[in-house]
Write a protein that binds this ligand. Structure first.
Ligand SMILES: [Zn+2]
Length: 122
């Protein structure tokens, strides 16, 4: 029985104290390492995701390939690679959905509308 006139705040404090005593003392080593393992897994997964996103945005290459826009070596700079296989410096290819040389478009809208045109021709 909890007396009705107990202030709610002190109950909260007791709850927090109770919970923290569990975390501090009552988890076994095994339980702790399980939690750590899962956290590490999550971290790994997030890093992998981030890595993939970065890779799709740009790659760093060490090829002696010329950038077709400024005609200097791609070298160690950040480059952008387009789906049709051409690569340019990030600063030379500012629009990720249009090749600066062939003007080929890679954004979803262009692909959709070109499909629409194909259908129209039929
Ligand atoms: Zn360039």
């Amino acid at each position: 029985m909890i007396p009705g006139d107990w202030p709610l705040k002190s109950q909260d404090c007791d709850l927090i104290g109770f919970l923290s005593s569990i975390f501090d003392h009552q988890l076994t080593v095994e339980e702790n390492s399980k939690i750590e393992y899962n956290l590490a897994k999550m971290e790994e997964f997030n890093t992998e995701l981030e890595h993939n996103e970065l890779q799709s945005a740009y790659l760093i290459i060490r090829e002696e390939t010329d950038c077709k826009v400024c005609h200097t070596k791609l070298g160690h700079k950040k480059i952008r690679i387009y789906p049709h296989g051409m690569a340019f410096h990030m600063r030379c290819a500012k629009n990720p959905s249009e090749c600066p040389i062939t003007k080929q478009r890679f954004d979803i809208d262009a692909i959709l509308s070109s499909n629409m045109n194909d259908l129209g021709d039929l």
